[in-house]
Ligand binder design. Structure first.
Ligand SMILES: O=P(O)(O)OC[C@H]1O[C@](O)(CO)[C@@H](O)[C@@H]1O
Ligand SMILES: [Fe+2]
Length: 205
């Protein structure tokens, strides 16, 4: 174990701007960082050529991702689509199967969760908390016409596995529909290696 634990502090969370004060690491993901994740690869390349805009920004509080600490961050996903699919995060699973809480601050989003076999999703609005149980990959999409912002709180030892989502998908996509949006499950399902990855992470003890 390296480094001292963090001292007590309070942080300002600005639901209108997505700011965290004091802030730690700030990261941005552009359309070009999301290659391979949207269904319409040609539409993605066109949008990359037309300015490669920022899809989402994560402002973290100054809490390190180490065992015992509880990092938190505010994510702002801009409004937009690639083809019919709403702007979304890369999506990841926690290699250490740990849970996580998302809390809506502004706008409207869908929190999509996948365990290699089953797809679950919940709508997140201001005042709504979404719970991600251990062993479920998660991705968030902005289904509204304004920025979608949420607070995420998670165990510092959880880690981020992006490859399992890049390779195994999320089992469903969040797309435009006559009603506004719908969550469409993908045919076929995951292969045995992906299913086994999640099964191992959902066993207790
Ligand atoms: O890590 P991704 O998949 O890019 O999504 C960003 C969001 O997920 C988190 O990693 C937490 O699950 C936060 O940093 C942020 O809220
Ligand atoms: Fe997470």
């Amino acid at each position: 174990m390296s480094g001292d634990l963090v001292r007590p502090f309070a942080a300002g969370i600005d639901g209108a701007s997505g700011g965290v004060d004091p802030a730690g690491v700030v990261s941005e993901r552009r359309l070009s960082d999301l290659r391979g994740l949207f269904r319409d690869a040609a539409a993605l390349e066109r949008a990359v050529g037309e300015g490669d805009e920022v899809v989402y920004r994560v402002v973290a509080a100054p809490v390190p991702e180490v065992e015992g600490e509880v990092p938190f961050s505010v994510t702002t996903i801009e409004a937009g689509r690639v083809g019919d699919e709403f702007y979304m995060t890369r999506g990841h699973a926690h290699p250490e199967p740990q849970g996580e809480v998302y809390f809506g601050l502004s706008g409207r989003g869908v929190l999509l969760m996948y365990d290699g076999e089953e797809v679950r999703w919940v709508e997140i609005r201001p005042g709504v908390a979404g719970y991600i149980p251990p062993g479920w990959a998660h991705r968030t999409a902005n289904v509204g016409g304004e920025p979608f912002r949420f607070l995420a709180v998670y165990p510092g030892s959880a880690g981020h596995d992006y490859a399992i989502v890049a390779e195994g998908g999320m089992g469903a996509r969040v797309v435009r529909s006559a009603a506004g949006y719908e969550v469409v499950e993908e045919p076929g399902g995951a292969g045995p290696a992906v299913r086994e990855y999640y099964r191992r992470r959902k066993k207790r003890g």
